[in-house]
Design a binder for this molecule. Structure first.
Ligand code: TYD
Ligand code: MG
Length: 481
């Protein structure tokens, strides 16, 4: 007999305890523990854990096989939206479950109704289940986007049992979109909709359906303000791919980023622009992030970066200004604050520059977020340029990792970065000496390459642009006081 037990589950990380506590031992969050009655006394997660896991039947013996043998490339449904297909690794894999997370209002429903409509128009059978919006609202949006002619099968439902019964009544569709997992509820678990146990049990049931029938299930999940998919981080472990849809209110474009993908590379991004006609693909994002540049103002450097397999040029802007505060301000948007402190420390220790009496602001243009250490050199160039008041060459790009010793280290895929810069009309590049860190040799390119091996070389280069000397830049750090 299935034993019903009450337990206390953290709504943030999913850890469960036998007693209530104010603070979760698992993740340290306060007030996240809620009592949940669980039908599955041993249902500790995992796709296979179902009601039968507690029936006490004897296990079946299955054959163990070798790594070698028949393996087929996963069959995919290509959506035809190039940016979406890039992020999924070449299309939705049949029988896989994909979680699409993002802030409320970012455009998840818009993206998925567009993808659903395109696939339906291409002859795939597509079901869109909305738990958040009424049918009328979804229809209104589809009409506004010019998609109402697409043969998408639409429903507004939240009961997992009803959804599965409806899906199982006919031949399995190619794609099922569930918008969103937080609204689902299942009778298998007694707790309230939106709780970890509910969401986990509902998602398990949907994943079982997708594995059994080969239908691709796309689950929409909201993200809390600290950036996690609301409540059930456990869901991230259960699905095959996790995509985040991000962007900020001030900008029109949105990034779809893959953070987990069992069938493709992670770190891929797809770029979209939100317009009055829905999401449009941006196939040439570098142009978007470069902004208006005039080459006269100091403090701007173009970083030749990589996002997944795609090169992306972005402008890095620095403002170094005399401070009126006792402790100077360090403010970063779009990059890592501790990495900025490191670059400032290296510039001080190995190049003799002084930032101690200056506020430093760093911004990545267009609201882009950069994680690559390869941006170090571009950041350093922007900082030195702003400190000295010397504008950098408008037609040069920068990339390279800065070590604590002041050495400039090679980074991967130098070739691709240079090609993208050349394609966009740049003439020069400042880069680490000695090729690419992935061992790829550099092929000839039309750019004028300036290889530098220490950060002091960069400072000397910038000083030479103003007929100045490194000493005059050092002085810049002391004047105004
Ligand atoms: P939505 O897809 O509902 O977001 P989510 O499902 O992630 O909560 O997107 C809502 C926002 O998108 C809303 O603020 C309006 C905007 N939007 C447009 O700008 N153009 C459009 O064509 C559509 C459909 C939405
Ligand atoms: Mg929505």
């Amino acid at each position: 007999m299935v034993k019903r037990s009450a337990r206390f589950v953290c709504q943030n990380c999913g850890a469960s305890t036998a007693r209530w506590a104010g603070r979760c031992d698992g993740c340290g969050e306060w007030n996240t523990i809620v009592e949940e009655v669980d039908g599955l006394a041993t249902g500790s997660g995992g796709v296979g854990a179902g009601p039968r896991a507690t029936s006490g039947r004897r296990g079946r013996v299955f054959p163990l096989v070798s790594l070698e043998g028949d393996a087929k490339e996963a069959p995919r449904i290509v959506s035809g939206m190039a940016e979406l297909d890039r992020v999924t690794g070449g299309g939705f894999v049949r029988g896989s479950a994909i979680l699409v997370g993002g802030d409320p209002g970012i455009g998840k429903s818009t993206l998925l109704i567009q993808a659903a409509a395109i696939l339906a128009k291409r002859g795939h059978s597509v079901v869109y289940v909305s738990g958040e919006e009424a049918i009328g609202q979804v229809r209104l949006r589809a009409e506004r986007l010019g998609l109402s002619g697409a043969p998408v099968k639409l429903a507004a439902e939240t009961s997992v049992e009803d959804i599965l019964a409806t899906l199982s009544a006919g031949p399995p569709p190619a794609l099922v979109v569930i918008d969103s997992i937080q609204t689902l509820w299942t009778e298998l678990a007694d707790s309230a909709p939106g709780t970890v146990t509910q969401v986990r049990t509902a998602v398990q049931a949907l994943i079982r359906y997708s594995k059994a029938t080969g239908a691709t299930v796309v689950l929409v999940g909201h993200v809390t303000k600290d950036g996690q998919i609301a409540g059930p981080r456990v869901v991230e472990h259960m699905v095959d791919a996790v995509l985040y849809f991000e962007g900020d209110g001030a900008h029109q474009y949105r990034l779809l980023r893959s953070v987990k993908n069992r069938f493709g590379a992670t770190d891929e991004i797809g770029v979209f622009e939100m317009t009055s006609l829905g999401l449009q693909e941006v196939s040439n994002p570098s142009e978007l992030f470069l902004g208006d540049r005039d080459g006269r103002s100091p403090g701007a450097a173009v970083f030749a970066g990589m996002e997944g397999s795609r090169p992306l040029l972005v402008e890095i802007q620095a403002l170094v200004a005399p401070t009126s505060l006792g402790t100077p301000r360090r403010s970063v948007v779009g990059w890592d604050g501790s990495r900025l402190s490191m670059i400032l420390a290296v510039l001080e220790a190995h190049c003799g520059l002084r930032f101690g009496q200056h506020d430093v602001y760093l911004n990545v243009a267009g609201g882009m977020r950069i994680q690559e250490p390869a941006a170090d050199l571009a950041v350093a160039a922007a900082l030195v340029s702003s400190l000295s008041g010397v504008p950098l060459a408008i037609d040069s790009v920068y990339f390279g990792e800065v070590g604590l010793s002041g050495a400039i280290r090679p980074v991967p895929r130098a070739d691709q970065r240079l090609k993208e810069a050349e394609r966009l009309g740049f003439r020069g590049a400042v880069l680490p000496a000695g090729g690419s860190s992935d061992g790829a040799s550099r092929t000839a390119c039309g750019l004028e390459l300036s290889e530098i091996d220490v950060l002091a070389g960069l400072v000397a280069r910038i000083a030479s642009r103003s007929d100045g000397t490194v000493k005059s830049i050092r002085e810049a750090g002391r004047r105004d006081r």
